[in-house]
Design a protein around this ligand. Structure first.
Ligand code: NAP
Length: 485
């Protein structure tokens, strides 16, 4: 199956922080891949901007290096890279000073075309950038700004960032990235739910026993220790990525697939989340091994109480989900790098096969990584003579197998999202009120951890997290699915 690529309109994309880690690893390779796919077009221009002194040639060398390192898997011809680099420029610019803004204005000129500003810098610079874009007359009706996570560290800071952006841009111009929403499987969650008759009638507390969402990483904090120790798993993963997965899993069918309808429904889910009881949340810190440092050693602070793992039981107080808990967990240095949403259905109301047949449950698993795909666990008869023995088998739809080799080359989330920015489609971006509502739910959980004695539980590297997290489900007569590749 060959996927259709519709070229976007000509655009100018200014990447503030164009020399940074995110630009190097994600944004620039994503643009190159879209160029190779024929979507970016020959008239598009990309302008990197940062304080480092560089000319266009030096920046193109930088971009070439980034693509060689992080975009080399693309099916591009070698001459495409040189042509792509011809569309790249650079401006030395200070977000907090006067330097470079006139040069950027001159570069952009008066062309009447889509103009996107990607804020790939720390959130401390968002307000400065937004103000200077306006002061220098760089914004017009076809202007969009893209802002990166973290969007605040609590409700107050998120409100303040929203207010800073709202002084200069309309909400319809602001694209808050959560790259999880750009993942193909996450969008497929909506396709499965709302494109099939099969699932939606069962998608409620009458038929669903519980839902588990796991985002497990096998690596530790590594070189991101400084950032991570100020954030922790709750801020880094739960408040944004897992919250988005929860919303798409739990929301009501929007009237149509458009930014307002989808985001309205997600917001209703967040607002329906009940407060999390202190006994329903477990946080942990990984221990070291003979060859790997533990969390405290890695961040270089023996007294850190920041969590590298969090598991909790969430309840959604609405008609659809009352009585069906959502168990959420995320952590580092776990058994495997594996993320999934598992919808665990209830037992059949009566077994005609008797107690010997055992307990069988349907589980619909939406795998985000690795091997993006969907698996439906169904119960069938074990083949062979000798009575009715039941066995659970997966109906497995790994996208790359089901849709052919073309579909195996699934675009990276950033490719999809950047093109959506250019197209002006905000459906997969978080709205300001959504982000604030998510912080409103998260803040009390984090604040409770400030209490004396509320220490994170240690857990072994390569495990499934602290024992208390296992107990969180055991006491409800349930268990976590195994974390496996
Ligand atoms: P980074 O590697 O530290 O890069 C920061 C960039 O901002 C550099 O290009 C830097 O260049 C530029 N910069 C700093 N101060 C500036 C100023 N006053 N004026 C103009 N440019 C300035 O950071 P990053 O990892 O790329 O992260 C960028 C943003 O993305 C952050 O908000 C981060 O939280 C978010 N993010 C990053 C990742 C990731 O994987 N890296 C993932 C998700 C989200 P100069 O010093 O030369 O000015």
């Amino acid at each position: 199956m060959v996927s259709r690529v519709i070229p976007v309109q000509p655009f100018d994309l200014v990447v503030f922080g164009g020399t940074g880690d995110l630009a190097r690893r994600k944004i620039l390779p994503a643009l190159f891949r879209r160029y190779c796919a024929g979507q970016m077009g020959d008239a598009a221009r990309v302008i990197g901007a940062a304080r480092a002194e560089m000319d266009d040639t030096a920046y193109r060398d930088f971009v070439r290096g980034a693509i060689t390192e992080f975009g080399a898997d693309t099916a591009c011809a070698p001459d495409q890279l040189e042509a792509f680099l011809g569309q790249i420029g650079y401006v030395t610019l200070d977000a907090q000073g006067a330097q470079g803004w006139d040069a950027l204005k001159a570069r952009l000129g008066d062309a009447d075309r889509i103009r996107a500003f990607y804020f790939s810098v720390g959130p401390g610079l968002f307000a400065d950038l937004a103000a200077r874009i306006e002061t220098h007359g760089l914004a017009g009706p076809d202007t969009r700004v893209v802002v990166e996570k973290p969007f605040g560290r609590d409700l107050a800071s998120a409100r303040s960032l929203n207010a800073d952006l709202a002084k200069h841009f309309d909400e319809t111009q602001i694209y808050r990235i959560d790259h999880y929403l750009g993942k193909e499987t996450v969008q497929n969650l909506m396709a499965i739910r709302f494109g099939n008759m099969l699932f939606e009638p069962l998608w409620n507390s009458q038929y669903v026993d519980h839902i588990q969402i796991t985002v497990a990483e096998s690596g530790g904090v590594g070189s991101r220790g400084d950032y991570y120790d100020k954030a922790g798993a709750m801020r880094d993963m739960m408040q944004n990525h897992i919250m988005q997965l929860l919303c798409l899993t739990a929301m009501e069918p929007p009237a149509k697939y458009d930014p307002h309808a989808v985001r309205d429904e997600k917001l209703k889910v967040i607002r329906a989340l009940g407060p999390v009881e202190p006994g329903d949340v477990v946080r942990g810190q990984y221990e070291g091994t003979d060859s790997l440092p533990g969390y405290l050693e890695e961040v270089g602070d023996d007294s850190s109480r920041t969590e590298s793992f969090v598991a909790l039981k969430a309840r959604i107080g609405n008609w659809r989900w009352a009585g069906t808990p959502f168990y959420l967990r995320t952590g580092k240095r776990l058994r495997a790098r594996a993320s999934e949403i598992a919808v665990v259905f209830k037992d059949a109301p009566h077994s005609i096969f008797g107690a010997d047949a055992g307990r069988h449950r349907n589980i619909l698993t939406i795998r985000l990584q690795p091997n993006e795909g969907i698996e439906m666990g169904v119960t069938i008869k074990e083949p062979g003579p000798g009575g009715m023995r039941l066995v659970d088998v997966p109906l497995d739809m790994t996208f790359s197998e089901a849709l052919g080799p073309e579909a195996g080359d699934i675009p990276d989330a950033y490719e999809r999202l950047i093109m959506d920015v250019i197209r002006g489609d905000q459906t997969l971006f978080m709205r300001g009120d959504e982000v604030e509502a998510a912080w409103e739910w998260t803040d009390p959980i984090i604040e409770a951890w400030d209490a004396p004695g509320a220490e994170p539980c240690p857990y072994a590297t390569g495990s499934s997290g602290p024992d208390d997290a296992l107990a969180l489900m055991h006491r409800d007569g349930r268990r976590w699915r195994e974390i496996r590749i």
